[in-house]
Design a protein around this ligand. Structure first.
Ligand code: HEC
Ligand code: HEC
Length: 329
């Protein structure tokens, strides 16, 4: 009787600790410091699990997802640049050039709409488009290749009780992306330098925080701040999706977390340094033929105040150490 109770207890504690370990990695309720009150966009038919996220992490790095067999998601979303690529316009697997700058992958799980113009609703439809568009991936062929690799096939079975397919590949990738959460910065830890504190005050009082709303530093909405609109045939942004002229030149407010690592800036990668980007925003954006957002006015900040804003933004880098996966052979 006693030993039965003991072994039951041991068994229970074994399962409890296993569960706790898995949860620590991906429990959507367990956000990093600073994001406790932000709500991940989750979907019913793809519950977030540790097994799916670990598999998706491998797929994100794997060039076998591409048409050429040479390009992975990570080629444009580098881990050391907060999952951006340091260039204005990357080249797709097809050889065609992108017209927009690669955004960070941190906190993408919090956006209901994806891409600079929000044209994709939900991460699953975005990721399928990225896979077929950027990588030129042919889902059925890639699934066949992956099912021919024993270690992958076993991981798909463990995560989904199904083989690799268009759906399971996409669902693993989105599960991984939902675990890429950026918080725990000096700002979240309330360890700001005096300059960064002064910058935080400016950020709040000069309307920056009205659009770049903490804790994600985005209102998930679309605004016209004038970037790239002086061109002869400008990228109309949100209006490409809505066909509403009132949306001409609007782009999704990007997060400012990890912003020190994601140069060049703006949807067209037209600004090389963070200081220049901040100056441009604080002086009212750029003028052009479309209606600019009324909050974009010249705030008449001194060079010192611009530096303080930059110091504040530099304190939004996350405390994540990213460990690259080993790909199945
Ligand atoms: C050749 C470069 C390139 C590759 C490869 C690439 N991406 Fe991207 N990614 C981009 C660009 C550029 C954008 C912005 C496009 C836009 O907004 O119109 C983007 C946007 C995204 C977004 C939207 C982020 C947001 O904030 O709205 C997600 C998510 C994403 N990519 C995931 C992936 C995944 C997953 C893969 C692999 C299947 C991948 N990307 C491969 C260049 C790339
Ligand atoms: C009306 C809303 C709004 C206000 C106010 C605003 N921003 Fe922005 N911000 C945006 C949008 C939208 C973009 C993206 C524009 C684009 O790429 O076309 C942006 C882009 C940026 C970027 C570049 C981010 C990147 O990833 O490329 C920085 C830096 C920035 N803003 C800082 C600030 C600062 C500092 C202030 C206050 C002085 C501010 N913003 C005020 C909406 C706003």
């Amino acid at each position: 009787m006693r030993s039965a109770t003991l072994s039951t207890l041991l068994l229970l504690s074994f399962f409890t600790s296993c569960g706790a370990e898995t949860q620590a990695e991906v429990d959507p309720l367990q956000a990093p410091l600073g994001l406790e009150n932000a709500q991940l966009e989750l979907v019913d038919n793809n519950a977030l699990t540790a097994a799916k996220a670990a598999l998706g992490k491998k797929l994100f790095f794997d060039p076998r997802l591409s048409n050429s067999g040479k390009m992975g998601c990570v080629n444009c979303h580098h881990t050391d640049k907060a999952f951006t690529d340091g260039i204005a316009h990357s080249i797709k697997d097809s050889g065609k050039q992108n017209s927009r700058n690669s955004p960070t992958m941190y906190n993408v799980g919090y956006y209901p709409e994806l891409y600079w113009d929000g044209r994709k609703v939900g991460l699953e439809s975005n990721v399928l488009a990225a896979w077929t568009g950027q990588l030129g991936g042919a889902p059925a062929d890639v699934a066949k290749t992956l099912n021919g690799i024993a270690a992958y096939k076993a991981e798909f079975q463990a995560a989904f009780k199904a083989d690799a397919s268009e759906t399971t590949i996409v669902n693993a990738l989105t599960s991984f992306l939902r675990t890429l959460r950026s918080g725990n910065s000096l700002y979240d830890q309330k360890k700001l330098s005096a300059d960064a504190q002064a910058g935080q005050e400016l950020f709040a009082t000069k309307a920056c925080a009205t659009c770049h709303v903490p804790p994600l530093f985005s209102d998930k909405a679309y605004h016209n701040v004038g970037i790239g609109l002086a061109a002869e045939n400008p990228d109309l942004g949100r209006a490409n999706k809505t066909k509403d002229a009132g949306d001409n030149g609007k782009f999704k407010t990007p997060t400012l977390r990890d912003i020190s690592k994601t140069a060049p800036y703006f949807h067209d990668g037209s600004v090389a340094s963070l200081k220049e980007a901040v100056k441009l925003m604080a002086s009212g954006g750029l003028d052009h033929k479309f209606a600019k957002d009324g909050l974009l006015i010249d705030r008449q900040l001194s060079d010192q105040e611009i530096d303080q804003l930059v110091a504040f933004l530099e304190s939004l880098d996350n405390g994540v150490t990213f460990v690259e996966p080993v790909l199945p052979k």
